[in-house]
Design a protein around this ligand. Sequence first.
Ligand SMILES: O=C(O)c1ccccc1N[C@@H]1O[C@H](COP(=O)(O)O)[C@@H](O)[C@H]1O
Length: 236
Amino acid sequence: MRNDALDSGVRRKTEKEKPMTTLIKICGLSTEATIDAAAKAGASHIGLVHFEKSPRHVTLEQAAKLRVRTPTSLKVVLLLVNASPVLTEQAYRAVRPDVIQFHGSETPEWLALVKKHMKVEVWKALGLRSAETLTNARRFDGIADRLLFDAPAQALPGGNGVAVDWSLLAGHQHLVPWGLAGGLDPDNVGEALAATHAPLVDVSSGVESAPGVKDMDKMARFCQAVADHDQRSHQA
Ligand SMILES: O=C(O)c1ccccc1N[C@@H]1O[C@H](COP(=O)(O)O)[C@@H](O)[C@H]1O
């Protein structure tokens, strides 16, 4: 397992510190077999999507069953898109995720309210268009437990396999933990990490054989590519 070190995401390493291991979230899982494969491959987080328009949608009942069945080495992230307060609370009670990922136009005030009432980490996904997005992201400082930078919304708010402009993140001073999402796959994740030094990478369509169908071989290759990157940077 590679997920022993929880990187704050703010610093990668200092001279005397051990270099950190990149966290890996594999999103949009819907079967026990793929959850087991994610654990075996070395992911740190799995994502369950509760959003009816997504090909990766799982009902709250399915999500609750998968959650209970998930090995303790994996943190469970429940993904919601502009869910109502009632649905958010229902989803939290049914699934008891470790994290709720908000992937719509949710506000800092809404995330703060969720954090106040639910024992859960709150992550906010933001569509990274320009440097201005990074400035606007400061609204979530001290509220979101992690920011995820994804490509701007297309047909769906996420899960579109579209990469962000990594150069926008290169050298950016992050004040809160963060992660890179959008269009990652086994062949480009090493380059993405070298360009951005992301402490967490989040992948969905890049490890699928068809929309909503996870490919366990691609999942393993993705995690191996991240491990290879980590090893290279530990040696540097
Ligand atoms: O995966 C989905 O279907 C999805 C639906 C609605 C919002 C977000 C969704 N997925 C998230 O999108 C990003 C990037 O996905 P991809 O790797 O480009 O396919 C990731 O955070 C997923 O968690």
